[in-house]
Design a binder for this molecule. Structure first.
Ligand code: WQD
Length: 351
């Protein structure tokens, strides 16, 4: 079995990707310093797959600790790199923390890739590399505009670093540009685990519905969109996980056409924030308590994907729709509360 190193393996997309890799016959190890995650999702993977995943609790910003992992695992065939901070709003408040964490960790990793001759590298990138696009949907050839946040800049710079590195090292790389990851595994044994107050829309919606957040805020309804709220492309986390397996297989089968290739991973349809709220209310039959508030600095107004390239070259076929996203996210939130009640006896008054 080929061994894949997944950084950020205890995180939301990382854990769903590890599960998909296992189900497709790969051996997986994780590196995650648990600064924004816990091993709970690895326990969930074990419950689903029966496989215990080894996690190296290492900060990739520490080169020596990172290097030691490669010395201990000389059979790593490829790397999928998720580990990074990823909240747009937080990055506007703490830019240097984002540049240091997201770029130093990447560079340390690439130094080890170079030294140990790892052949394949898949990078967790983001649609934020497009900035505020002039035309939507965006394709991989859409010229990137200035990023709207330091987070977006770390992804733009990360892609450039990897692209330049691939030219000198001949390592084969894939850049996967996620749109808005959401939802949870249908088993409700793994899902999104915000360590503190969630920043992303869907976990804010489910925490509002369950009563953890008394009232949520829609950040602006005065944009030039069909209902004034921002447009986003929500893609199910299980579909994202499978795309990573397909990307590794694409590289292992030497199908890559250049040394560094980008792919959009979005559903291909754009919906507004208010439409997402309505979709959740329809699926959950829970009325959400929200108010319209001011715009959030760093927000892109409207973006959604043209995902033809991933479909045609990777053979990626998203299976889950918006209702599946909202239902699986809601089931996961209710599971979290049930577990919390079990362990703490704390009761939340449902809205
Ligand atoms: C979505 C929309 C908010 C919270 C995400 C990821 C980022 C990257 C790109 C993968 C915006 C609005 C949100 C709330 C709201 N993905 N919103 N009230 O900013 O699109 O970025 O996709 O790499 O990692 O974070 O996602 O969910 O934060 O916001 O109105 O309480 O929902 O203004 O329009 P975003 P998000």
């Amino acid at each position: 079995m080929k061994k894949i190193l997944v950084t950020g393996g205890c995180g939301y997309i990382g854990s769903h990707t590890i599960l998909d890799l296992i189900e497709n016959g790969f051996d997986v190890i994780s590196v995650d310093n648990n600064s924004r995650s816990s091993t709970r999702l690895l326990e969930g993977i074990e419950k689903i797959s029966g496989k215990k995943i080894k996690n190296y609790k290492v900060d990739l910003c520490n080169f020596d600790d990172t290097h030691a992992i490669f010395q201990e695992n000389p059979d790593i065939a490829g790397i999928i790199h998720f580990a990074a901070f990823k909240a747009v709003g937080e990055s506007v408040e703490k830019p240097l923390m984002y540049f240091e964490n997201n770029l130093v960790s990447l560079i340390n990793l690439l130094k080890c890739v170079d030294e140990f001759g790892i052949s394949y590298f898949v990078f967790s990138s983001s649609c934020t590399v497009y900035g505020n696009p002039d035309q939507i949907p965006v394709t991989e050839n859409t010229p990137p505009k200035p990023a709207e946040s330091p987070y977006g800049y770390t992804k733009q710079m990360g892609e450039q670093i990897i692209n330049e590195f691939s030219k000198s090292s001949k390592i084969k790389c894939i850049l996967l540009r996620y749109f808005n990851p959401a939802g949870a595994h249908p088993s409700s044994l793994i899902g999104e685990l915000p360590i503190d107050k969630p920043q992303n829309l869907v976990p804010v919606i489910t925490q509002t519905a369950i009563g953890k957040i008394p009232q949520m805020v829609v950040f602006g309804n005065d944009y030039a969109t069909r209902d004034g709220s921002c447009v986003r492309d929500f893609v199910h986390v299980c579909d994202l996980g499978h795309a990573h397996t397909l990307a590794i297989k694409y590289l292992l089968d030497q199908k890559n056409q250049t040394l560094c290739e980008a792919f959009n991973l979005g559903s291909g349809s754009g919906i507004t924030v208010l439409e997402a709220i309505k979709a959740f209310e329809d699926v959950s039959r829970v009325k959400l308590n929200y108010v319209i508030g001011p715009r959030r600095p760093g927000d892109v107004i409207a973006i959604y994907a043209n995902n033809d390239k991933a479909r045609n070259l990777l053979g990626w076929e998203p299976k889950y729709n918006l209702n599946d996203i909202m239902l699986t996210a809601w089931n996961w939130e209710q599971k979290l509360i049930a577990d919390e009640k079990l362990f703490t006896g704390k009761n939340f008054q449902m809205n």
